[in-house]
Design a protein. Structure first.
Length: 440
């Protein structure tokens, strides 16, 4: 938000190349751990910058789908390629004794795509025109938009030298020297970032919790049912395939009339909650304790959770203003990572590996505890987004910004029910920044 989108993305790509390659030459565990931590740090801020860049570079009609393709489908393809490469690494028939390649070569191969990404960023990618305009660099924004029009064959609609006005900002007296984090402490952004961060924690906890819980659960269920290793692997593969239809579901529903982003997130989380709840019943009922029941409930739960995570990311980026968009996404995503990191710890604590011993009724209650927790977290995440009450579908980014401010000014403040329940803790939250709302 301070230096622009392009410099951060370029610096991130360069750092990814350096740290990724350096990992392959680590001499001990401490070095590898340090380099991997630096690599993860780079991925974190690069994620926020690329999300903001995509949102600001695409017309509102295609904005949600563009982010879904870049962040969702692009990420899914990358994960699949890594999985295929990892399978080849550990395939003893293809790679006996790691003669063809080992883990160091594996890390180098995974880093290679960052090189063309860096070159594309240097010679093809432009700075966000909206970011330039908001920061008063309107002449540069005009030139970039004209260049884009030339590429698209629409130069007649945006001739060279077309004047670009600096967009209005929340509160006409707002100082451009304020940092992004300082802007996030003002209403309505303060409440918005709290609610979106809470929803991010819940959605990612559920998604990654399901990811970790299923293998542990089927080890126990398979131990009782005497499934083979291939049967267990087949269940995991089928459930993992749920992410493909989930992406297509999100791809369509975010632009459906009367649905949009917020309802897609809410109903995806509700769907995940219901599926986890149904799974609890099949885990306790011997009649339903079959591979088919496991696959159906987990397939749907995984799909709904996946759709909620990627759509929530789009939603979070769209509702915040340009001057704080990347910071807001970064804050929300950092909380999402906390939810993702907690999930394996909680799953390991609550879900016993049944093959290690027989605990009678207590063993049967273990799945109920962990999957009921997923249901609760999914329901809480859905409630938080419903409470936020902003729908960015089909509106411009400035419209989304005004929508949030208007909800505070007309009395229907964001998170109203939560504030009423905790009224003593939120004194002064409904204060509106000085200055009139931005005009179209």
């Amino acid at each position: 938000d301070m230096w622009g989108r392009k410099p951060v993305i370029l610096w991130g790509a360069a750092t990814l190349i350096a740290t990724g390659m350096a990992c392959a030459w680590a001499d001990n565990f401490a070095q590898l751990l340090t380099l991997r931590a630096l690599l993860g740090f780079t991925l974190g801020f690069n994620d926020a910058a690329s999300t903001a860049m995509t949102l600001e570079a695409v017309p509102s009609k295609y904005r949600g789908k563009a982010v879904l393709v870049v962040q969702g489908i692009g990420g899914a393809v990358g994960k699949i390629l890594v999985a295929v490469l990892a399978d080849a690494l550990y395939d003893h028939a293809y790679n006996p004794g790691y003669e063809r390649f080992g883990w160091r070569t594996f890390l180098c191969i995974c880093t290679l795509p960052c090189i063309p990404a860096l070159l594309l960023g240097l010679y093809v990618t432009n700075e966000s025109p909206r970011w330039l305009a908001v920061h008063g660099r309107t002449e540069e924004a005009s030139q970039l938009l004209h260049n884009l029009a030339l590429r698209n064959g629409t130069a007649d609609k945006f001739p060279k030298g077309t004047r670009v006005l600096q967009p209005d900002r929340w509160g006409e007296a707002e100082d451009l020297q304020l940092s992004s984090l300082e802007r996030l402490t003002k209403e309505p952004m303060h409440t918005m970032v709290i609610l979106t961060s809470g929803a991010m924690v819940c959605a990612n906890f559920v998604y990654f919790g399901l990811l970790f819980a299923l293998p542990v659960y089927i080890e126990g269920a398979g131990y009782e049912a005497r499934w083979t290793r291939d049967q267990k692997s087949t269940i995991l593969v089928i459930v993992a395939m749920a992410e493909a239809p989930a992406m297509w579901f999100g791809f369509g529903s975010i632009d459906w009339k009367d649905v949009g982003r917020s309802k897609t997130v809410v109903w995806s989380l509700v769907g995940a909650a219901v599926c986890c709840l149904v799974f609890n019943f099949q885990a306790l009922a011997p009649v339903l304790h079959t591979s088919g029941a496991i696959v159906v409930t987990q397939f749907l739960a995984r799909g709904f959770a996946s759709a909620s995570v990627i759509t929530l990311k789009i939603y979070c980026g769209e509702i915040f203003p340009t001057l704080a968009r990347a910071a807001a996404v970064a804050v929300a995503q950092s909380w999402a990572r906390i939810g993702a990191a907690l999930s394996p710890v909680v799953v390991g604590f609550l879900l016993v590996d049944w093959s290690q011993g027989e605990y009678g009724m207590w063993t049967k209650l273990q799945p109920l505890r962990v999957f009921m927790l997923f249901s609760i977290f999914a329901a809480v995440g859905a409630f938080l987004i419903h409470e936020l009450g902003i729908e960015p579908q089909g509106s411009t980014l400035p419209d989304n910004e005004r929508q949030a401010l208007d909800r505070v000014q007309d009395g229907s403040s964001l998170g109203g029910n939560i504030k009423k329940a905790l009224s003593g803790s939120f004194e002064g939250w409904d204060e509106v920044p000085t200055g009139s709302p931005a005009k179209a």
